[in-house]
Design a protein around this ligand. Structure first.
Ligand code: MAN
Length: 350
């Protein structure tokens, strides 16, 4: 069955070769999962650029942030012959009970006047900083709220994966708010406006043993302190989203309620996109949800790559009925596609 997405003919619009490394010692392995916003009539992507250090036949290497090292980056080394080294998932290096990332990500700005041809900045816009971001920062959502842009991203370190937040008005000066939701948590997508006088966000706390990886909603008086946490939507047995779910970008206001495009994975880690509709005045109520994916990996670049069978979206632009999503395919390249709000709403099961 064809999905609801019309993919750009130009896909992928970003591959690793299109992005220069942050320093000559590193190489760009993947460019993926961009946050998206509009500014001065331009479409802007905040790309996740995942960098790696060169491996050898005998040693596997990965960069980490280290303030006292040259360029602020140290390279960890693992002997391939070590029986305690597990490289079975390309995203991770598991060694003697500790898990490291196989790449380190930063956020890089790319801008465009037509939404298809982008110019990428030669240097990172934001790098991880401090003890909670030493393995990098990933999958940023950009939400404009009351004239200020809020950047919420996965902050990764040996302390776990939490939600870091940075805000800016002019994209020149940035305020670092630190970790707003502690490990383990990901996929934080604030609503673009207040509801019932409060700010709200979707997010995805997780515990491997009980409960699983579900989408939660929380409210806040100031976007920094989150409470009244509610489990909003759960992964569903025997569905495309049976293993885990997580929010995409900021929910979209429609006449019927808040539309959220989210990702779900099955037990084979196949990542698809679906949607849910939340109450217009009470976003803790799920009114409708996708029975089947609205987008699933089908193009060759979505099926094969660094981590194949993945479409992952954390940023889009809405123009009336038309949504342009920018998404990571196979965790390796960035692509674009359009969908119609009306078609998504019509496809949901009430
Ligand atoms: C996680 C995220 C994403 C990634 C997917 C698929 O959910 O960290 O960065 O795209 O896994 O690997």
């Amino acid at each position: 069955m064809p999905d609801l997405a019309t993919r750009f003919e130009q896909n992928p619009i970003f591959s690793p070769v299109d992005v220069p490394p942050s320093i000559p010692d590193l190489m760009v392995r993947c460019v993926l999962n961009p946050g998206v916003f509009r500014r001065d009539g331009k479409t802007c992507l905040l790309l996740r650029v995942a960098e790696d250090a060169e491996d050898s036949d005998t040693v596997v290497r990965t960069p980490v942030l280290a303030p006292n090292a040259p360029n602020g980056i140290a390279v960890l080394e693992f002997e391939r012959a070590d029986p305690d080294l597990d490289l079975s998932d390309p995203r991770f290096i598991v060694h003697r009970g500790e898990t490291y990332l196989s790449t380190m990500s930063h956020l890089r700005l790319a801008t465009s006047t037509d939404g298809v041809q982008f110019e990428v900045a030669p240097k990172p816009l934001l790098l991880g900083e401090g003890a909670h971001e030493s393995f990098g920062i990933e999958d940023c959502r950009v939400t404009e709220i009351e004239g200020r842009f809020y950047l919420t991203y996965s902050a990764v370190s040996a302390n776990g994966v939490g939600i870091g937040m940075v805000s800016t008005e002019d994209w020149t000066e940035f305020t670092r708010h630190g970790i707003v939701l502690p490990p383990h948590n990901k996929d934080c997508a604030p609503f673009p406006e207040r509801i019932q006088g409060s700010y709200w966000t979707l997010h995805r706390p997780f515990d491997a043993l009980i409960g699983g990886r579900n989408i939660w909603i929380s409210r806040s008086p100031d976007l920094l302190h989150w409470g009244e946490h509610v489990c909003l939507a759960r992964k569903r047995p025997d569905h495309w989203d049976c293993e885990r779910i997580g929010a995409g970008a900021a929910p979209i206001r429609t006449d019927e309620g808040w539309l959220e495009i989210y990702h779900g994975a099955d037990h084979d880690s196949r990542y698809c996109l679906g949607a849910m509709l939340l109450g217009p005045d009470d976003p803790t109520r799920v009114l409708a949800r996708s029975e089947h994916p609205i987008m699933e990996p089908s193009a060759p670049y979505e099926k094969e790559g660094f981590f194949g069978n993945v479409v992952f979206c954390n940023g889009h632009i809405v123009d009336g009925d038309r949504i342009t999503i920018y998404y990571g395919a196979s965790d390796q390249v960035v692509c674009g596609a359009t969908m119609l709000v009306s078609e998504i709403l019509a496809s949901l099961r009430r």
